[in-house]
Design a protein. Structure first.
Lengths: 357, 371
């Protein structure tokens, strides 16, 4: 699928790559896929509760983005954030433990599925409210520019969030001040149960920035994503914000409570799997270039085992203690006390980001 | 909600805190600082004091920045950032478009990376548009990220009832924000405490919502020097007394002190406490006062329903029940939109005559002081 562009020249659609790069893509995407499938099973087995939004089908978007940027660039996204933790250097165990509400989790069991953060590697979450992360992303880009850092902020959101007012507020400000912000719309064509054409008067999300240039990319093709994001990063650092629309698809429903088949047909989902699956695409390329299928079998087994081990370890993890309820309410210890449920109960809020006790 | 029982100074080494003195001077306070302090004893207006606070903190720390509508080239609609863009540049004094939700989120994002933004709401009431960002991101991020991200920002702006500004421009948002877990609420009232508190708020690593009042910007007084940084969690004893404890904050402090003039002539001796910290409450000072006078009156500009006084009344009843001789009296604004007509607007908010009447009711009769 060629790039579609708005107010900008398209990058070249000839991409150079090699076997080892493609293998690294395959490994990461397969890991993401198995992880999300494991989350699905754990949710059905009631180890994971509440909301759980799965990313399978969209792996190429994140993998391509990570391949084009560094860990010094920042990423912020919505609640469909499990895979960002792993792509930004977190472990599968931390993710699984967080989903199960264990103390070993990425945010100690306090955040849950929608609030995964990794400050060390510039992953700013993990946000529950649709679209609220977009102004945050503009703020992170502002901070990069304020400090003179050669870094961008990738702000990811969906086709549903693209209709939020705060997105346009953020775009306006980013455009005014030429912030190094890349706004990535992961268009999986459905905002929960509503198809894009029913929610957006103009579903050409890459043009909706008006004066902000945009590129539409085949989000199921990791090489196209990488190429486009590298181009966008160079553009953003030199000129200012740019919108990227990733044409992608999620196999699961919006979340685990949504079967995903009431507003779309099974034929459509199956067609995506057979014709545009991002992992199969990379695998075919590798098979055609000398990698043995036995190697894939070995790799798949290894990755499955890694995920299974992480799931078992997460299940065996421990519940966060009650005392953690009061930790890190405030960054500066106030010497104050918070009232408990019954009269006479007081708890001191402590600042303890290591959760030592 | 937070109720402070053992309040300690938030920043810097302390001077022994006598009642009423809640000023923390830095260790460098030697002769040079004292001379500078003496030299600064001219009276300035509150907006100038706030501007001095912002200027001094921006000079001291390059990560402090300001963002808001008309804060830069226009100089701030209440002049609190007048001329600062010339000194610090457009990026550090950022004129935003009119999009409260957007620029509040932007401030939170910048704060997550370690910058210290001061986000100005031109009127606190406009920040209702930014409520999601203030509640979910500004307030909760520190907790939900497992302590990974701090949000060291200050959200400031004027609120309260002005002079016939109409219902939408006369709001008191402290009552809406008080339930948000993770934020601190501070209300300044004098020239001196406004500067010292704003400096402390900027230096604090917690998100602080800093309430100023539309009608107090031109109040005159002395401000402290660059080293004077107040404790954000400590209430101010405005007047010591024995008959009744009157708890108030922001502009109502002046209404109360006006009532006190009348009350003294009538023979009363009220104690007046300016809450300063609306969340957490300074329970040490509050409890000490209630134990002394055994009667409490709250005078606030919030609505009767769900205001700061409602929370304070509950706290006093729950923790100081046996110290009270009378139920807590709460004087608050009427639960109506603020009318435009001057007389109706005045009837909406607490007037000093009503404070006098409340004290008379609570304390009973007194022998008037001979004039």
């Amino acid at each position: 699928m060629p790039f579609k562009v708005h107010r900008i020249e398209a990058p070249s659609n000839i991409v150079e790559t090699n076997v080892s790069e493609l293998m690294s893509f395959y490994k990461l995407m397969y890991k993401m896929r198995r992880m999300e499938i494991a989350a699905d099973m754990m949710y059905k087995a009631k180890f994971i509760r509440g909301f759980c939004h799965l990313y399978d089908g969209q792996e190429a978007v994140l993998t391509g983005i990570e391949a084009a940027i560094t860990l010094q660039d920042s990423i912020i996204t919505s609640y469909r954030d499990h895979c960002q933790h792993v792509s930004r250097g977190g472990t599968v165990l931390e993710l699984m433990a967080e989903l199960m509400g264990k103390r070993e989790g990425a945010t100690r069991g306090l955040g849950g599925s929608m609030h995964i953060y990794n400050r060390k590697n510039n992953f700013y979450g993990g946000n529950g409210i649709v679209g609220a992360q977009i102004p945050l992303g503009a703020g992170i880009a502002l901070a990069h520019k304020y400090r003179g850092e050669p870094n961008v902020c990738i702000t990811m959101y969906g086709d549903g969030a693209a209709n939020q007012g705060q997105k346009y507020e953020a775009l306006n400000m980013a455009g005014l001040w030429n912030l190094p912000a890349i706004f990535v719309c992961e268009n999986n064509h459905y905002g929960m149960g509503t198809a894009e054409w029913r929610a957006a008067k103009s579903p050409n999300f890459y043009t909706r920035g008006d004066y902000i240039p945009g590129i539409k990319v085949d989000g199921m093709d990791v090489l196209a994503v990488k190429q486009a994001v590298a181009f966008a990063k160079a553009y953003a650092l030199a000129n200012g914000p740019i919108i990227m629309e990733m044409d992608t698809y999620r196999y699961h429903g919006h979340s685990m409570s949504d079967p995903g088949s009431t507003y779309r047909t099974r034929d459509e989902i199956n067609a995506m799997r057979t014709e545009r699956d991002p992992i199969e695409r990379v695998k075919k390329l590798l098979l055609a270039n000398g990698v043995e299928s036995a190697e894939f079998k070995r790799l798949d087994r290894e990755i499955k085992k890694e995920i299974d081990d992480a799931v078992e370890a997460a299940k065996a993890g421990s519940i966060p203690p009650d005392s953690w309820l009061w930790k890190n309410m405030y960054a500066a210890p106030l010497g104050a006390e918070m009232r408990g449920v019954l009269p006479g109960q007081y708890h001191a809020p402590a600042f303890d980001p290591e959760y030592k006790s | 909600m937070l109720a402070s029982r053992n309040v300690r100074a938030a920043a810097g080494p302390r001077v022994a805190a006598a009642p009423g003195q809640r000023v923390i001077l830095s260790a460098r306070a030697g002769r040079r600082a004292l001379t500078a302090a003496k030299a600064q004893k001219k009276e300035i207006m509150m907006w100038e004091a706030l501007r001095e606070a912002i200027d001094e903190e921006m000079e001291r720390d390059p990560t402090v920045c300001v963002m808001g509508e008309d804060v830069g080239h226009y100089g701030g609609s209440y002049k609190c950032t007048y001329g600062l863009y010339k000194k610090y540049g457009d990026m550090r004094v950022l004129d935003t478009p009119i999009c409260e939700n957007g620029f509040m989120g932007m401030g939170v994002g910048a704060a997550m990376t370690g910058l210290r933004p001061i986000v100005e709401g031109m009127n606190m009431g406009f920040l209702l548009l930014a409520f999601n960002q203030i509640s979910n991101n500004c307030g909760m991020l520190h907790y939900t990220s497992g302590g990974q991200f701090k949000v060291p920002m200050v959200i400031r702006g004027p609120g309260g009832v002005g002079r016939q500004l109409g219902a939408e421009h006369s709001q008191r948002l402290e009552s809406y924000f008080q339930s948000i877990p993770g934020v601190q609420l501070v209300a300044c009232s004098t020239v001196r405490n406004s500067k010292a508190l704003l400096k402390a708020a900027i230096r604090s690593d917690n998100p602080i919502i800093f309430f100023e009042h539309v009608l107090l910007y031109n109040v005159k007084g002395e401000a402290g020097d660059a080293d004077e940084v107040a404790c954000l969690e400590r209430a101010e004893v405005v007047r010591e007394g024995t008959d009744v404890s009157i708890f108030t904050y922001s502009r109502m402090r002046y209404v109360v002190m006006q009532a006190v003039n009348d009350l003294v002539k009538k023979g009363y001796n009220p104690e007046v406490i300016d809450l300063i910290s609306l969340k957490p409450f300074d329970m040490e000072t509050i409890a000490k006062s209630v134990k002394k006078t055994r009667k409490a009156i709250i005078v606030e500009e919030c609505m009767k329903t769900g205001g700061i006084g409602a929370s304070l009344s509950a706290v006093i009843n729950e923790s100081l029940f046996n110290e009270l001789d009378h139920e807590v009296i709460r004087l608050s604004s009427q639960d109506v939109p603020t009318a435009y007509a001057y007389e109706l607007e005045a009837a909406t908010i607490v007037q000093s005559s009503q404070v006098v009447e409340a004290v008379e009711r609570v304390c009973g009769g007194r022998v008037p002081v001979a004039v």
